[in-house]
Design a protein around this ligand. Structure first.
Ligand SMILES: N[C@@H]1[C@@H](O)[C@H](O)[C@@H](COP(=O)(O)O)O[C@@H]1O
Length: 260
């Protein structure tokens, strides 16, 4: 696991560099897209490179991490609509190239299995962008999630619903109680994981992720078993890291050609 500590705007550039390097080398790459506020600056930077420098997504595909259950098709906080607004509609993905779990499916189990199959049929995710919840969840894999889980329905914790109430006018009762989410094993199958976290509120989760014991109580700790993880954090999110100085020195001495 590589931990990079830098100011937030630089983190977005570093993540965008990884996406750009991948797309230029393999235009048919499969991206994994996350919602939440953490990746927004990355999406803005990718849109800028698309507009100003011709970075193209025309032959790429993308899979979303998760979706609320039961939000109407036109609800602005439905993750499918959020991803459309924040990135998909702002670059040149082909129609149908961005997919997400179907939070309105009648057959939930079938929809989850279909989603797993769609990811596998696309050849798997090359680069997965991730955020992290204050309780250490990734996608919507809440504490207690099986480290071997696949796409399924989950119940959101009170903490996550309170954290996300800001997107629902501050009213926690408007936040859905259930979601469909890629499982931890689904996420672990992606070839490169790029996780972004900023702000002091994420400091404990980031410490557990990088330095805690692997445990379902902090689901993101499963990433310690992945061979290619990049954790991009600002000073505040890094404030509880025991090895922060080592991570800083390592990144400062890293040759530029190495990439992430
Ligand atoms: N399902 C999403 C996660 O994918 C995201 O990582 C997390 C953190 O969000 P933020 O980046 O807004 O802090 O929020 C939600 O729960």
């Amino acid at each position: 696991m590589e931990v990079v500590i830098a100011p937030a705007p630089e983190l977005a550039r570093i993540a965008a560099d990884a996406v750009e390097r991948l797309l230029r080398a393999r235009p048919t790459a499969v991206l994994g897209l996350a919602t939440g506020s953490s990746p927004l600056a990355v999406y803005d930077e990718l849109v800028r490179r698309h507009t100003e420098q011709g970075l193209s997504f025309a032959h790429a595909r993308a899979f979303m991490l998760d979706e609320y259950v039961g939000l109407a098709a036109d609800h602005p906080e439905r993750y499918r609509n959020v991803i459309e607004k924040e990135i998909a509609s702002r670059v040149d993905f082909a129609p149908g190239a961005v997919q997400g779990p179907d939070g309105l499916a009648q057959d939930v189990t079938g929809a989850c299995a279909d989603y797993e199959r769609a990811i596998a049929d696309a050849g798997g995710v090359d680069l997965q962008i991730l955020g992290i919840g204050t309780d250490g969840h990734v996608a919507f894999n809440e504490p207690g999630s099986s480290l071997a889980s696949r796409t399924r329905i989950k119940t959101l914790t009170r903490q996550t619903r309170e954290d996300n109430a800001r997107f629902f006018g501050g009213d926690v009762d408007q936040v859905p109680t259930h979601c469909l989410t890629q499982g931890l094993a689904t996420i672990m199958a992606a070839r490169h994981l790029v996780l972004l976290a900023t702000g002091r509120g994420k400091a404990e989760a980031v410490h557990q992720l990088a330095e805690g014991p692997v445990s379902a109580m902090w689901p993101a700790t499963v990433l310690q078993h992945h061979p290619h993880v990049t954790v991009l954090v600002d000073d505040a999110a890094a404030s509880r890291l025991q090895l922060a100085d080592y991570y800083r020195e390592t990144y400062a001495a890293k040759p530029g050609w190495q990439g992430l």
